[in-house]
Design a protein around this ligand. Structure first.
Ligand SMILES: Cc1cc2nc3c(=O)[nH]c(=O)nc-3n(C[C@H](O)[C@H](O)[C@H](O)COP(=O)(O)OP(=O)(O)OC[C@H]3O[C@@H](n4cnc5c(N)ncnc54)[C@H](O)[C@@H]3O)c2cc1C
Length: 405
């Protein structure tokens, strides 16, 4: 029998997260974070106390051992609460990459960053993208050379979320670097994952971007100049880092989809409240079908997206717990979620903004923060839209149809 309901525990968890967001993330606080360009440390500490940070990490590592459906419930509630989506971004970057690092790291790395990040006292992010491009991971130029029991890292990473947070709170990044020459037929082989602490000698933050949105989390870049890290900072097996990077993208993308469902629901709620009150031609504008139909379409698509997202999160749980689906089957579904969710959420914000007329275009109205924030996921944070299409087409047609091979 198919059962699409959440468990009582999951419903209670949703209620607790909602109460937390209502108390800690009122709209005035979001505006303050957006204009000041930072998330207060006490907000992260409070999330840590609630067990919200890297919550899928096992209890023995400091997490709550939550499943991915439960993590998506948190993502949805955070996406609803923080219209700017800065806090959901920070949360999901840590939740996904922290989870993958924790799964494959040494006890030293766990002590150095994971346990602290779970309490809100450190930041862990992803340092994948390079100046030459982010989509073609196999073409990255950063290198890691073995020297005794250490590795020497060189290269540059750019458009990286959380560089200022990592500097301020402590912590670092999962980075991927080439460790062996690539065989011509498989350029993705020969790359290895490492934990790079931002305070390691030779790490230099060299950029801070002035982004369009999600202002309360920084985006920057850093150089690695002969950075020495011990072998215990290696994440996973030598030359297998590409696969860990793909695992991390999968975990991030499902959470993005859930954040976007929350964000879209918020825009719809703001829009619905307004169209019931605002009058034109003697009637509430919600009485006009021109508005009703778009609103009904958005709601229907939102329900479809939520079903796809939570079904995919459930598949992810089966993959991790029972090996029931292959990683590629799950990746295809996740790519479908990431393909649809940000563009859909962006459209709902745009529609609601238009229903709100001139007021919708002002900074007094929270919708503009949503539009600016969501756009980062349309552009490509955690993987460009066309890359999601490439993954889906590869799984549908077969590897021999990959365009760039
Ligand atoms: C706000 C923000 C935060 C970010 N944070 C991080 C972070 O924390 N860590 C990190 O590592 N990266 C981060 N990124 C970078 C992000 O991962 C990259 O933007 C993304 O991977 C795409 O890379 P690119 O921007 O270099 O675009 P490119 O790879 O240069 O692609 C440019 C365009 O070409 C298209 N394209 C590329 N290849 C193909 C193809 N084969 N077929 C069809 N179209 C194609 C893409 O869809 C895209 O539209 C962030 C980006 C943003 C916007």
């Amino acid at each position: 029998m198919v059962d699409f309901s959440f468990t009582d525990e999951q419903e209670l968890f949703r209620k607790a997260v909602r109460e937390w967001t209502e108390k800690n993330l009122p709209i005035e606080k979001i505006r303050e974070m957006d204009s000041q360009g930072r998330i207060p440390h006490e907000v992260l500490k409070s999330m840590g106390e609630m067990g919200l940070l890297i919550m899928t990490a096992p209890q023995e590592h400091g997490g709550t051992g939550a499943d991915w459906v439960t993590a998506c419930i948190a993502a949805e509630e955070l996406g609803y609460a923080d219209v700017s989506i800065a806090l959901p971004v920070l949360w999901l970057v840590e939740s996904s990459w922290g989870y993958v690092v924790d799964r494959h790291c040494s006890e030293q790395v766990r002590e150095a960053v994971i346990r602290k990040a779970i309490k809100g006292d450190a930041f862990i992010g992803i340092g994948s993208t390079e100046a030459g491009g982010g989509s073609d991971v196999a073409a990255f130029k950063s290198t890691a050379r073995k020297q005794g029991n250490d590795w020497i890292l060189n290269g540059e990473k750019t458009y990286i979320s959380g560089t200022e947070e990592a500097k301020r709170l402590g912590g670092g990044y999962f980075v991927i670097a080439r460790t062996s020459p690539a065989p011509p037929e498989a350029s993705h082989r020969g790359m290895t994952g490492f934990y790079l602490p931002m305070n390691a000698p030779g790490v230099e933050i060299n950029k801070r971007y002035d982004d369009m949105g999600r202002m309360a989390i920084s985006t920057g870049g850093f150089l690695m100049k002969n950075v020495k890290v011990p072998d215990s900072n290696r994440i996973g097996e030598v030359d297998k880092g590409f696969y860990l990077t793909m695992e991390g993208f999968d975990t991030a993308r499902i959470l993005i989809a859930a954040v976007c469902t929350g964000a879209a629901r918020r825009a719809l709620d703001i829009g619905m409240e307004y169209v019931k009150e605002r009058k034109a031609f003697g009637k509430p504008i919600g009485k006009f079908q021109g508005i009703q139909f778009e609103l009904a379409d958005d709601w229907a698509h939102l329900e479809a997206l939520r079903s796809l997202t939570f079904r995919t999160a459930w598949m992810m749980d089966q993959r991790y717990k029972e090996d029931r689906f292959t990683p590629l089957e799950v990746s295809k579904m996740i790519a479908a979620c990431k393909l649809i969710a940000p563009h859909f959420a962006f459209d709902v914000y745009k529609h609601a903004m238009i229903w709100l007329g001139a007021y919708g275009y002002t900074k007094e109205c929270p919708l503009e923060m949503g539009l600016r924030g969501i756009m980062s996921y349309c552009v490509g944070a955690e993987g460009a839209t066309n890359i999601q299409r490439t993954i889906i087409a590869r799984e549908l047609l077969g590897k021999e149809y990959i365009a760039y091979k």
